[in-house]
Design a protein around this ligand. Structure first.
Ligand code: F6P
Length: 550
């Protein structure tokens, strides 16, 4: 890495040339129907596609013309997307509010790559941790690592929250097909005691390993659950403190706190401050994933991430999947005023993918000041949400099809089923293709009338169409495909954040609630009536809770 260059601060987004051109262009095409766009260009379904790192993106069913794409790319250029990408991959401290590099891409860099942070190559450190994780997971999976009483480990519980939970949970579900079914894998995140109680209710402590995953090792929820786990284990082990070392490992950047908790730092798997929590599922935070699927599949997943990193770095923007998806998100959010994006995986194993994406996208881009501290005068991060298909079709799709709000959708599907059962997969894929077709083209009043629908019913049965969507298609959900998919969204988030000129890598917005909770805890626990200095609503709620508790 060369000297730490700070990327130039952008002039206000809404005064950029490309922005203004996009505004004019938007007025021209805002009413244009996808039916017209497809009728005017018979090749649209082929030309508005891009392929990279094993993923195929069909973005033809978006309310864009080639001119829109050209202008969006011009905007990306004016916002310095290319130098920003280079700065991130180079290890520059682009997370300016925390003075940190942003190097989740180093987590999947191959052995021998060179990425410098403060003059030090971080790639060997990454691989040293991966090798230790691999060694540990071999020992647990083979039964060589036993619990304190000598029983093999059959149950894993990852205790973590946010980025120390959502990635592992999502990956556990996504890669279940590849996992060792003899190991029961559970996740405890919520400080609500029910989460812990339900996770352990049928488990034998002598066969249970806790992975305490916390970047900071100070997070209230995780530390509360970790202490409860310790008590539960000791209660099952006759109070013998020596059992802790065999049943607890830690994943953290904070060796001091890990030691204070009583976990031997020899059983700690580290990562670094340049890995954001929501970008950490491929770091040691993925230990539960590696334990479940084994070293080889985990490394395949990393290789998939890396393929997408390479694509993001090198593909021209016109063919660059994360760039195109990021720019489309900007187009809908800032020009069509769409406030949400639905992510709809037609793959049951991806059922937690939308929940995972919520932290990735919304904690990253839920910002309202620019890198130079100015309030933005445009919308930033969209609300991401979704459910796996086809379940969503029988729930909220009605609103997407006929409601008054524009909701761009990302459909995700795979050519091959992991559990091929009769005609299931053809039906699944028929549904995903049908949904994007119905959303785009709808059904006109003439078509509805031609079906013999009585006049009074026609308006109810008309589908306006012109609802945009992307379709992401891959061959099969493999560990590598999952890595590619996650990296696709990581870089799309980065693209969006770059256009908006915000810092996608801090999360100051979660701090206030945390601090206030710390103040309220003693007020709830105090044996005597505390003097309360909150607003009248909060004071009243605290008093009512104390009364119920009493
Ligand atoms: O919710 C805020 C946050 O800081 C997330 O960014 C992070 O993923 C989560 O808390 C958990 O933090 P930690 O891994 O330090 O326990």
């Amino acid at each position: 890495m060369g000297p730490q260059k700070q990327t130039a601060i952008a002039p206000p987004l809404t005064r950029r040339k490309a922005w203004k051109k996009l505004q004019t262009h938007f007025k021209k095409i805002r009413e244009t129907h996808l039916r017209t766009l497809f009728a005017e260009d018979a090749q649209r379904g082929q030309s508005m596609t891009a392929e990279g790192a094993g993923l195929f993106l069909d973005y033809s069913k978006n309310r864009v013309t080639p001119e829109t794409v050209k202008l969006l790319i011009q905007l990306a250029d004016e916002c310095g997307l290319r130098p920003r990408i280079d700065a991130m991959f180079r290890g520059d401290k682009i997370n300016i509010t925390e003075k940190r590099a942003v190097l989740h891409v180093a987590l999947r860099a191959p052995r021998g790559a060179l990425i410098l942070v403060d003059g030090e190559d971080v790639v060997p450190q990454v691989h040293a941790v991966l090798d230790r994780m691999a060694d540990f997971s071999h020992r647990v999976r083979s039964g060589a690592w036993t619990g304190y009483t000598g029983k093999p480990i059959r149950n894993l519980i990852n205790v973590g929250i946010g980025g120390s939970d959502l990635g592992p949970v999502m990956a556990h579900e996504a890669l279940k097909h590849y996992s060792e079914r003899k190991l029961t894998c559970r996740f405890v995140s919520n400080v609500d005691g029910t989460d812990f109680a339900e996770a352990v209710q049928d488990l034998d402590p002598a066969e249970t390993l806790f992975i305490i995953s916390s970047k900071t090792f100070t997070t209230l929820e995780t530390m509360t659950n970790a202490h409860t786990a310790r008590e539960w284990l000791l209660a099952g082990m006759g109070g013998d403190e020596r059992a802790v070392a065999r049943h607890f490992v830690a994943v953290s950047t904070n060796a001091g706190e890990v030691g204070k908790f009583g976990i031997d730092t020899a059983n700690m798997f580290g990562f670094w401050d340049w890995v954001g929590g929501r970008y950490s599922m491929d770091s040691a935070i993925g230990l539960s994933t590696m334990l479940a699927i084994g070293e080889d599949y985990f490394r395949e997943m990393l290789a998939g991430f890396h393929e997408m990193d390479e694509h993001f770095c090198s593909a021209p923007f016109e063919q660059n999947l994360p760039v195109l998806m990021g720019l489309l998100a900007v187009w809908y959010g800032n020009f069509f005023n769409a406030s949400t994006i639905a992510v709809l995986p037609y793959e049951q194993y991806l059922k937690r993918f939308p929940a995972y994406l919520q932290q990735l996208t919304m904690e990253s881009n839920g910002k309202s000041v620019t890198l130079d501290g100015m309030c933005v005068d445009y919308s930033t991060g969209a609300i991401y949400w979704g459910e796996p298909g086809t379940n969503g079709q029988h729930s909220f799709y009605q609103l997407i099809h006929q409601g008054t709000r524009l909701i761009p959708c990302d459909f995700i599907a795979f050519g091959a089923a992991l559990n091929p059962l009769g005609r299931h997969h053809d039906m699944l894929l028929a549904n995903v293709f049908a949904q994007s077709e119905a959303l785009a083209f709808g059904k006109t009043p003439e078509q509805v009338e031609a079906e013999g629908t009585p006049d009074w019913l026609v308006p109810h049965r008309v589908f306006e169409g012109n609802r945009p969507s992307n379709t992401i298609l891959a061959d099969r959900l493999t560990p590598a495909a999952l890595g590619r998919l996650v990296a696709l969204y990581e870089h799309s988030v980065f693209t969006q954040g770059t256009i908006w000129g915000i810092n996608s890598f801090d999360q100051w917005g979660v701090e206030l609630g945390k601090a206030l909770a710390q103040r309220i805890i003693p007020e709830l626990e105090s044996p005597s009536e505390p003097a309360l200095g909150h607003d009248s609503s909060t004071n009243n709620l605290i008093r009512r809770y104390r009364a119920i508790k009493a």
